[in-house]
Structure formats: structure tokens, C-alpha cells
Write a new protein. Structure first.
Length: 96
């Protein structure tokens, strides 16, 4: 894969992250700060494997970061990933 394809792959991960209603709900929950996976599972009414799938995509996009507290993963918005996503959308929709 050449450099350009790598950039497109990375950028497509950002749009993949926000192209699902459950992931949008998760991002909305993260607006309040760090949240335990157990709380997301409870609020969304989904199973742990389903949540893991969504969080893998969100973390791969760079918009969300994770850390472990005890036996549970905790998630939060990564400001640098958020800023990169905003910049990408602005760059792609800017008139030449």
C-alpha cells in the first residue's frame, strides 16, 4: 500500500466511526467525560461483544481513547483525534 492509500484508509476510519447510530450514541455519552464500558452497555442495552466491536472502530479512528480501570475498560474522547476529524471534514469540504 502506498502512502496515499494509507492516508485514505486512515481517513476512512474516521467516517466509519461516525456512520453508525450506536457509535453516535456512544460519542454523545462520552461528551460528559470518561465512562466505563459497563455504563455504556447498560445505557445502550447491548452485549459486551457488541460494545467491543463498536469501541474497536471508535478507537481505531483516533476519536476515542481507552484505559483499563480494574476489570473494566473506560473510554473518553481523545481531543487530538477529535480535532483531526474536524480538520479532515473541513479540508474535504473546502472550496478550492
Amino acid at each position: 500500500m502506498n502512502k496515499d492509500n494509507g492516508i485514505y484508509k486512515k481517513n476512512s476510519n474516521i467516517f466509519k466511526a461516525v456512520s453508525d447510530e450506536k457509535r453516535l450514541m456512544i460519542l454523545e455519552m462520552l461528551q460528559d467525560g470518561d465512562i466505563c464500558a459497563c455504563e455504556i452497555i447498560k445505557k445502550l442495552g447491548i452485549g459486551q461483544p457488541n460494545l467491543s466491536h463498536h469501541m474497536k472502530i471508535l478507537c481505531a479512528s483516533g476519536i476515542v481513547k481507552s484505559h483499563k480501570v480494574g476489570k473494566w475498560m473506560h473510554y473518553e474522547i481523545d481531543p487530538s483525534g477529535r480535532d483531526a476529524a474536524i480538520k479532515l471534514l473541513m479540508d474535504l469540504t473546502q472550496f478550492n
